[in-house]
Design a protein around this ligand. Structure first.
Ligand SMILES: C[S@@+](CC[C@H](N)C(=O)[O-])C[C@H]1O[C@@H](n2cnc3c(N)ncnc32)[C@H](O)[C@@H]1O
Length: 257
């Protein structure tokens, strides 16, 4: 297999250059609202005030900075140096206190000795990771006892309906994909992805020493990031299958025991 970290980080560097200028991410709107978080995570996350929060796969930091504005002491980790460059630039410009680290999350997990109150990750993260048990161990290893893990992720059932495998395969899915923002153009990027069924995500978190507190599924996405979505209510994008909404997002909240 090609070096997946090299292939995927090159793709994310190129995509980030598009994202930073996109209406989808609306950086100028963010500079006024100082919030990119959506109703789902805002409704389910614990109070972050005064908490040490680790954001895994933070992209160029809009959500990380939003949690900082809500009072968390935040650290964002992402392997795209372009994304981390823009995240630091935004934090500096907006005078928001935040640490950003450019690293592969597995390699960060091996080096990191700090324990956090909250580990957060969201929307489009797991498919870039070849091992879900290694990911769950890194989540657990980054938390204090009693600390909270929270994730909001796109649903693997939707992935299945758009042509990805549901069950895990060791060999990655190879794609030449456009990005998901409205300004993607024709340019495609080579990417390597893996799918992780719902059961593996839950099972690996349990085996890593986390007690699941809640699991939820939503029939809408807060992002218009897939083709065929319909905005049936403001900010809620649905994907219909035979007249029924497909689950598009699931969330998990767990506590480190
Ligand atoms: C879809 S984005 C996350 C989206 C985020 N919720 C947002 O919109 O701001 C996925 C992120 O994962 C990062 N990523 C992918 N594989 C990674 C890895 N192995 N280590 C660290 N970051 C990784 C990418 O650089 C990208 O920024």
């Amino acid at each position: 297999m090609a070096d997946y970290l090299q292939v995927n980080s090159a793709s994310w560097n190129k995509k980030t250059e598009k994202h930073i200028h996109s209406e989808f991410y609306d950086v100028s709107g963010f500079k006024k609202s100082l919030n990119s978080l959506k109703e789902i995570e805002l409704g389910e996350m614990p109070d972050v005030k005064g908490k040490e929060l680790l954001h895994l796969q933070c992209h160029f930091g809009l959500d990380t900075l939003s949690w900082a504005v809500k009072g968390a002491r935040v650290t964002g980790v992402d392997f795209s140096d372009t994304a981390i460059h823009y995240a630091k630039e935004l934090a500096g410009e907006l005078k928001i206190n935040a640490d950003f680290i450019c690293d592969d999350i597995y390699s960060f997990g091996e080096k990191n000795g700090k324990k956090y109150d909250i580990v957060y990750t969201s929307y489009g993260v797991l498919s870039w990771l070849p091992s879900i048990s290694q990911w769950a161990n890194l989540v657990s290893g980054s938390l204090k006892t009693g600390g909270i893990f929270y994730m909001a992720e796109f649903h693997p059932l939707h992935d299945l309906l758009i042509g990805y495998p549901y069950f895990y395969k060791k060999e990655p899915v190879k794609l030449d994909a456009e990005t998901y923002t409205e300004n993607s153009g024709e340019e495609t990027n080579e990417e390597l992805e893996w799918t992780h069924p719902f059961s593996s995500v839950l099972d690996s978190l349990i085996k890593a020493g986390l007690m699941i507190q809640s699991v939820r599924e939503y029939p809408f996405s807060p992002y218009p990031c897939f083709s065929g979505l319909e905005e049936r209510e403001p900010g809620r994008y649905y994907f219909m299958h035979r007249n029924n909404p497909v689950p598009l997002v699931y969330t998990i909240r767990a506590v480190k025991t």
